[in-house]
Design a protein around this ligand. Structure first.
Ligand SMILES: C[S@@+](CC[C@H](N)C(=O)[O-])C[C@H]1O[C@@H](n2cnc3c(N)ncnc32)[C@H](O)[C@@H]1O
Length: 167
């Protein structure tokens, strides 16, 4: 998917699901022209393999804030501390160069995020995400590409098991 991202001009993107910001940092280092907005409530949630406690998520938030300090100070990274559906109200339609979805991997949330965040991607931009081989994401991708968007492309960028769709 990196081939489809503008490296010459300033770009703005969203990552839905931040965890410890490892991927956010990777993206910001890969694209020096990028400003990134992370969406994550840092609350307890049911992930595909287990329930993640909120105390554990507080630690992830702390790590995120430490790791991202220089990027926050330079204005290249900011966080919306909300669930992905609530964060929609803080994001403009048709604005973002790319949006990477890696939050709740259940079918319902994955489909919800794909559908709602598709509207936020600008024309010519990229909707992408992680864990295309997890059942919930796989089913959501099939549904989403059958009803709303074009076929997805499997990708190893920015992480193994990613996917992307050009808008
Ligand atoms: C797999 S981790 C993200 C990993 C991160 N993208 C990376 O590669 O470094 C999933 C994250 O999604 C967040 N999350 C879970 N449900 C969410 C939701 N409904 N909206 C936004 N974020 C959510 C969790 O708090 C967690 O930090």
């Amino acid at each position: 998917m990196y081939n489809h991202i503008d490296r010459e001009n300033p770009i703005i993107a969203v990552e839905v699901g931040v965890w410890e910001a490892a991927n956010a940092k990777r993206l910001l280092d890969e694209f020096p022209n990028l400003t990134l907005i992370g969406v994550d409530p840092f609350e307890g949630y049911q992930d595909w393999h287990m329930y993640i406690e909120s105390s554990y998520m507080s630690e992830r938030e702390k790590i995120t804030m430490e790791t991202m300090k220089p990027y926050i100070e330079s204005g290249r990274f900011s966080i919306i501390r909300k669930y992905s559906d609530k964060a929609l109200e803080d994001l403009e339609d048709g604005k973002y160069d790319f949006i990477y979805i890696d939050a709740d991997h259940s079918y319902e949330w994955a489909l919800h995020d794909m559908t709602n965040y598709w509207n936020k991607v600008k024309d010519g931009g990229v909707l992408c995400g992680h864990d295309r081989s997890l059942n919930g994401v796989k089913m959501a991708l099939e549904e989403f590409t059958a009803t709303i968007a074009k076929n997805f492309t499997p990708s190893e960028e920015p992480q193994i098991d990613s996917w992307y769709i050009l808008k």
